[in-house]
Design a protein around this ligand. Sequence first.
Ligand SMILES: [Zn+2]
Length: 225
Amino acid sequence: MNKPPAFSNTHLDLIEELKWAGQQATANRLVIGSGGNLSARVPDSDTFLITASGTWLDTLKDEDFSVVSLSGDVVGGNPNPSSEFRLHLAAYITRADVNAVFHFHPQASVLLDALGHRIRLMTIDHVYYVRNVASTPWIPAGSEEIATATSTALESSDVVILGHHGCSVVADSIELAYKRAANLEEAASATLNALLLGDTTTECPPAYRELLENRAAIPELRDRH
Ligand SMILES: [Zn+2]
């Protein structure tokens, strides 16, 4: 008989949310097969939950999650966290405001970046959820170098394209991280379509971004558009 992982109710609540995000990400083709990984900071602790190595994001089970400390040690759950755990660890250390880190392989986003095209934010949703996109050159997956380069990029952006590979998206909640990643790929697809139609300049009016920045100072308006 398999021994059940020793998760707290807080862990189990986060795991349910991460399973939802994994299903959404797979259904919307932000990732396929066993690519990509998800993590969430455990509140009031110096640990985070992360998907284990080789897991498929559309069929995550409780035993597919590891608990990793901010010093990089596996302290619970599955003993084999994703090989990209350094990417997640560096993000939580760099950004105290971040509670969720998602790594996906969104094809249009990676393609545009590889071809040297900037991903243009076309709609108000793109601007609202993505804001701006940073990128790193290709660096071997799972390395300390990719973790360092990505966490440096996260100092000025919530979205980083990892050259010829994927993206790292961070947010203060699992739901927002998912919406941010989905809107990144939507913006990339829209940019790709615009380029195919011969358009190289169109993007969301700057006035919307200004409106949003002014609203950011008014808490009751912050989450609306
Ligand atoms: Zn990857």
